[in-house]
Design a protein around this ligand. Sequence first.
Ligand code: AMP
Ligand code: ZN
Length: 117
Amino acid sequence: MSGEPQDDCLFCKIVEGHVPATIVRETETTLAFRDINPQAPTHILVIPKAHHVDAATLAAEAPQLAADVLRETQAVADEEKLESYRVVFNTGSGAGQTVWHAHAHVLGGRGLHWPPG
Ligand code: AMP
Ligand code: ZN
């Protein structure tokens, strides 16, 4: 069920402490940790602790939680002293989504081209 921990979900396992991660921030409802394969000097993932498959589903099912995630992207950027940064929600395999638990990528610390690839 959406919102409930999923046994086969990597990010639920990180939330539960069953898979290690470099956690940089935690709130009652969110977790932020460093991406294992960073694409920029700062590359941090912000996730809701509750399981929702992607950002749009999260926003539809739990709008306050979606807002919590967005607020945390700014908090992460502040902690990393990023003046400019990019927040990305890959949605669907064609856009590069590989983990089916909603997550915001916070990327910064280098110039970021537009449009992205
Ligand atoms: P996406 O491709 O948008 O679904 O993003 C998933 C991200 O999770 C990728 O950038 C991966 O590098 C990252 N990732 C995969 N496994 C781990 C892990 N164990 N700890 C931290 N980040 C991970
Ligand atoms: Zn999950």
